[in-house]
Structures are given as structure tokens and as C-alpha cells.
Design a protein around this ligand. Structure first.
Ligand code: ATP
Ligand code: MG
Length: 275
């Protein structure tokens, strides 16, 4: 089997399209025949809810229980314990509000940065891709995601404050590389909710792409569409909700771009750090 690629979908800025991207990139990759595991590391459970699980707090086993097993040096068998199977072709490790107190308890844990990595190390052999939906913070759960990942994908809106916030994120990524995960690559910035009719968006995108020699901005842009906003309420991917629309087409393009990047990294290991 192919080596599994673990991607953290991260940005400490809230509401930039991390969860929407995790769902649609994941379902899109699954439609290409890839085996995909999505991991919800946000106590808000947006990913879990977006995949149709209406009451995450009723679930018996979630990511915090599985990470607790790792902390306790317990037995993770069966390995697929708690994984919800085949939701629109993807598997899901759900989360619920219990993750919030778990994050606090991590502070007193040995090797606290590596708990998620240990868990994924055990389960990822069954998958081609693991996508981790991060919460909007640079706290211990996001550090765990970055420590587990081969690469990070950064959804970002085309507005001034969002792009300014990127500096903070890049600082954290640099720190994780120095101290925890030197192999971490950056897939790039994914522009989301793009309304290309506005001059403001146009000039910010142009500026970002110009400094793109420092940081890759992906070619794919996800357009703004109310149809995309409806998806989380429906608990469905954009492919199930509006498969012929412009957002589905954009996420299909993203699947291709991410697959091409992956191919390139595989052929030239270590060559492309995205910076
Ligand atoms: P958080 O930081 O809270 O986890 P997030 O970065 O995961 O947020 P999402 O939840 O994916 O962001 O998206 C924020 C909101 O924007 C949601 O209501 C979502 O439905 C909506 N949205 C996402 N993508 C689009 C789009 N392309 N067009 C319009 N609305 C969108
Ligand atoms: Mg989210």
C-alpha cells in the first residue's frame, strides 16, 4: 500500500473555511478512489456535524477518548475503535465537547505534543490520506496536529486581517519545524470564499501571489457561494449538496492540485518545503 499522507488543515483565524475544506477535499479524494480518514480536533465538532452527525455529545467514543488511551498507554484495539465508517466514502474520527477538557489535561502529560501522532501512527496504515481539521487556535491540539502532519494546508480568506494573521501561523509552523517535526511541509495557502467581483479581494490576492515566492498560494481558489454555506446545515459535502455548482468544481480542482503536489514531493523527497 502507498505511504499515507497526513495533512493538517490549519489557521488560527476562525471561520476561514478549514472545516469546509477538510470535508470537501476528503470526499473529493475518496471519489478518486483514495482511502481517506478525517479527524476532528476541534471541540466545536464542526467537522463531525458537517458530516451529518447531529448530536456529537451522544457519541460513546471520540478523539479525546482515543487520545486518552494513548496517554494511559492503554490498548487501542480494535484499531478502528470509534471510527465512523463510510460517510460519503470517508471515515471519521469524531469529536465532541469532551475534547475541550482533554486539551487542558494535556498540559500535565508527558510528550504532550505527540499524543495525536502516536494515535495516527497506529491507524494511518489503513489510509492513503488523513486530513486533520484544526480548531481556530495555536494551542496544544493544533500543535499536536502539526506534529502529526506531513504537510499543512492553510485556508485563508482574501481580506487584510486574514492575511496579516498568517504571520502568526507561519511563526508557529517554523517553531514546530525547529523543535518537533522538521519534515513538516507547507502545501500552501488556499484562498476561500473568494468574491472576485470586489477590487479589495482582487488586490489582496494579487499581492499574496506576488510574494508567492516566499509562500506558495495554491492555484485553486474556492469561490464564495451560499450553496457552500448551506452544506454544514445539511450535513453533506458540496458534492452531495450541489455537485454541479462552482464550489464543487473548485474543490475538484483542489483534489487534483493536492494530488499533483503529492506526486511531486514523492518524486523529489525533501525538495519542496513550500517556503
Ligand atoms: P472555525 O475556525 O470556526 O473552525 P472554519 O475555518 O472551519 O471555522 P468553516 O466552518 O469551514 O470555517 O466556514 C465558516 C463559515 O463559512 C461556515 O458557515 C461555512 O458554511 C461558510 N463557508 C465555507 N466555505 C464557503 C464558501 N465557499 N462560500 C460561502 N460560505 C462558505
Ligand atoms: Mg472549523
Amino acid at each position: 500500500m502507498n505511504k499515507c499522507k497526513v495533512v493538517a488543515v490549519a489557521n488560527q483565524k476562525g471561520g476561514v473555511g478549514k472545516t469546509t475544506t477538510t470535508v470537501n477535499l476528503g470526499v473529493g479524494l475518496a471519489q478518486q478512489g483514495k482511502k481517506v480518514l478525517l479527524v476532528d480536533t476541534d471541540p466545536q465538532s464542526s467537522l463531525t456535524v458537517s458530516l451529518g452527525i447531529k448530536n456529537p455529545d451522544d457519541l460513546n467514543t471520540t478523539i479525546s477518548d482515543l487520545m486518552q488511551v494513548v496517554v494511559d498507554n492503554g490498548n487501542l484495539s480494535p484499531l478502528d475503535k470509534g471510527i465512523l465508517k463510510d460517510i460519503e466514502g470517508v471515515d471519521l474520527v469524531p469529536s465532541n465537547i469532551g475534547l475541550s477538557s482533554f486539551e487542558v489535561s494535556l498540559v500535565n502529560t508527558m510528550s504532550r505534543e505527540f499524543v495525536l501522532r502516536s494515535y495516527l501512527g497506529a491507524v494511518k496504515r489503513n489510509y492513503d490520506y488523513v486530513l486533520i481539521d484544526c480548531m481556530p487556535s495555536l494551542g496544544m491540539l493544533t500543535i499536536n496536529a502539526l506534529a502529526s502532519a506531513d504537510s499543512v494546508l492553510i485556508p485563508c480568506q482574501a481580506n487584510y486581517l486574514s492575511t496579516k494573521g498568517l504571520k502568526l501561523l507561519m511563526g508557529s509552523i517554523a517553531k514546530v519545524r525547529r523543535q518537533i517535526n522538521p519534515e513538516l511541509k507547507i502545501d500552501g495557502i488556499l484562498l476561500t470564499m473568494v468574491d472576485s467581483r470586489t477590487n479589495n479581494a482582487k488586490s489582496i490576492i494579487a499581492a499574496l501571489r506576488q510574494t508567492g515566492s516566499n509562500l506558495r498560494v495554491l492555484n485553486t481558489e474556492i469561490p464564495f457561494s451560499v450553496r457552500a454555506a448551506e452544506c454544514s446545515v445539511e450535513g453533506k459535502s458540496i458534492f452531495a449538496h450541489d455537485g454541479k455548482g462552482k464550489v464543487a468544481a473548485a474543490y475538484t480542482a483542489l483534489v487534483e492540485e493536492v494530488s499533483t503536489l503529492e506526486q511531486r514531493n514523492r518524486n523529489r523527497p525533501g525538495a519542496d518545503r513550500g517556503l
